[in-house]
Ligand binder design. Structure first.
Ligand code: MN
Length: 199
């Protein structure tokens, strides 16, 4: 195996912690197969090709996102974003935040209901493609962050806890133009245990 072949395997497609049809009807099997198997796989392939032989060849994903720009940033950011996205869901979960995240959300947003409404509004109000994040600063203070395109709060020193993808590829097959309806449905599959563990 030559060096190029080794480096081309550096970043791998994150494994789904559920079957591709497990999130139905909130997210269809077809959307998961395309979103995870085609879109995310594409970002992984692109980044492996882009970093080979560069200063980012042996860097971790977060470092690349913080220090790169252009195509490297776009593909690394989308891998980081989707790794967080696909591992924050589980079938038949939803409900309310648990652990220390629950009082933190209440303290910052007034209530979980109010947080959900603000989060959905941020996603609906984001023009074009991007992400809405619940993020924490180094003291654990929470905020809702809107990021365009491949953006992630790590570039501003924040820790991403929960991310809703508002690129059309995330919802168009199932919801067409109804982004607001899609975002509202996503609460039904959030695995709050997994999200809280990121705090
Ligand atoms: Mn996506």
């Amino acid at each position: 195996m030559n060096q190029n072949e080794q480096t081309s395997m550096r970043f791998e497609l994150v494994q789904l912690p559920y079957a591709t049809d497990a999130l139905e009807p909130v997210i269809s099997k077809q959307t998961i197969e395309l979103h995870h198997g085609k879109h995310l796989q594409g970002y992984v392939n692109n980044l492996n090709n882009l970093v080979a032989g560069t200063k980012f060849e042996n860097a971790d994903l977060t470092t690349i996102v913080k220090e790169s720009d252009g195509a490297v940033f776009n593909n690394a950011g989308q891998i980081l974003n989707h790794n967080l996205y696909f591992t924050q869901f589980a079938p038949s979960t939803g409900g309310h935040p648990t652990g220390k995240l629950a009082p933190a959300i209440d303290a910052t947003f007034g209530s979980f209901d109010h947080f959900q409404k603000e989060f959905e509004n941020a996603g609906v109000g984001l023009f074009g493609s991007g992400w809405v994040w619940l993020a924490a600063d180094k003291d654990g203070k929470l905020s809702i962050v809107k990021e365009a395109n491949a953006g992630n709060p790590v570039t501003n020193g924040l820790k991403p806890l929960l991310g809703f993808d508002v690129w059309e590829h995330a919802y168009y097959l199932d919801y067409q133009n109804r982004r607001a309806d899609h975002l509202k449905e996503l609460w039904k599959i959030v695995n709050w245990k997994a999200v809280g563990a990121r705090l």
